[in-house]
Design a protein around this ligand. Sequence first.
Ligand SMILES: Nc1ncnc2c1ncn2[C@@H]1O[C@H](COP(=O)(O)OP(=O)(O)OP(=O)(O)O)[C@@H](O)[C@H]1O
Ligand SMILES: Cc1ncsc1CCO
Length: 514
Amino acid sequence: MPYHKCIDYSLYLVTDSTLVPEGTTLLGQVEKALQGGVTIVQLREKEMDTGDFIALALQLKTLTQQYKVPLIINDRIDVALAIDADGVHIGQDDMPLATARRILGHGKIIGVSVNNTDETKAAVDGGADYLGIGAVWFTSTKALKKQPLGVEGVTRILASMKDRRIPSVAIGGINLENAEGLLMGSFIEDDIEGYPQRRRLDGLAVVSAIIASPDPRITCDQFTSILAATNKALNIANRPTVDHVLDHVEIAVQRIRDQTPMVHHITNNVVINDNANATLAVGASPIMSQNRVELEELAAVNGAMVLNMGTLNDIDTMVLAAQANGRHGNPVVLDPVGGGATTFRKQVVQRFLSEAPLTIIKGNGGEILSMANRGGRSRGVDSLGGVDEENAKAAVEALALQHKCIVAMTGPVDYVSDGRRTYAIDNGDPMLVNITGSGCMVTSIVACFAAANRSDYLLATVSAILMVNIASEVAMARGDVRGPGTFRSALIDELYQTSLSPNVLRDKARLRLL
Ligand SMILES: Nc1ncnc2c1ncn2[C@@H]1O[C@H](COP(=O)(O)OP(=O)(O)OP(=O)(O)O)[C@@H](O)[C@H]1O
Ligand SMILES: Cc1ncsc1CCO
């Protein structure tokens, strides 16, 4: 169920308070590491009483939140719950994964330590969000019960996940001297949904090289440089630039047309037919089913799931459908239609956030700003008032980090974020506002892109919005569009025909990385 796709695992700090240099503190060392670019922190304290552990974890959480970095607790699910951490990391001798998931639910990250291909398969099948592959080398921080894996062992484990790959970090004895060799030696030539792709470890989990460093900020800077240099050497994109996105949109569209993923909608009864036609037009296969009897069977063959709150009916079925799709690793896209408009809808949004494994949330300005508690006015399903860019960026980033998913906010300008990277899309014809459910249509198409482009949900979401918005501009430029009625048909035509080749995109796309 690896839907926490937007977590950046690249420089993963694991703490050990016994290793901090004299005259420094664990919190001080972690703060310097965060300044140096650590992307995720795990609190690991083997010998600490529960009360002290919770107090330390709370202090650490304040710090990691300042740097917008997730905090994972090693082993102690009780502590993770007590401080509302972002997740837990469990070893093979700790609480079973299924039990941990039952206790923590879908909103939390669960990482699992693995040392061989059997453990890897069990963790992937069991719905782990990421793997800690190790130990790579002998280490002073943990007495090893098993032989270290070496670079070959790590590569073997990565290769064993060819069919169902989840994010993986390596751990055990990693330092500035051996990091490059590990990253360059363990990449695999992968094939994702028919497209060859080179993949390497998603991150390095480092303990003593950072925690015991006389200057963790400089050490982390150096690790970050190694990660970027190895990406470059392996020809893997670092922080996707606007050019990178534009280069990939055409492939993203083609993947939908090649795979024809099924997209299960529980949507509102105003837009249901338009949603189905838009899904067909971009090359996916819609099914609009509201009956809970068949949702498990559908989830087994589904590409993605849409939950649209427009005309709420059986909310329990919507939650169950999302959970079934989560179990099958399918992306779940929420459209919180009218989310801020009534008390009832606000409560339903909260229920989805806590019980449904959401991959992408896409709403209009009123809905998203209201969810982020940053204003946001709605009247029924319509967003009211303008949105300033600073507020929009802050809202999508905060929600993406809080809910560990991609967040898109549509309007005259669309904003899409994974919490760390935020894109603004200036395309789109104002006529879109004059047809009911154009936002719902965007959500359907986001789900189509997500279904066929599971390795990068941020890119999938940006691509989907670009496609609808450029199609709307092409439709309006046709001589036969005279108003909302003809525009509605023309839009479906253009979604069907639009060939988003890099040339067309470069000509038309108005995409900014904020
Ligand atoms: N003023 C505008 N100019 C250009 N494009 C716009 C404008 N307003 C919205 N859009 C585009 O219209 C589409 C729908 O966005 P909007 O925010 O209106 O959705 P929504 O309110 O959720 O719609 P609905 O509830 O009717 O489904 C998006 O692709 C967005 O980029
Ligand atoms: C008009 C309307 N009412 C509930 S859903 C919907 C479609 C636009 O979201």
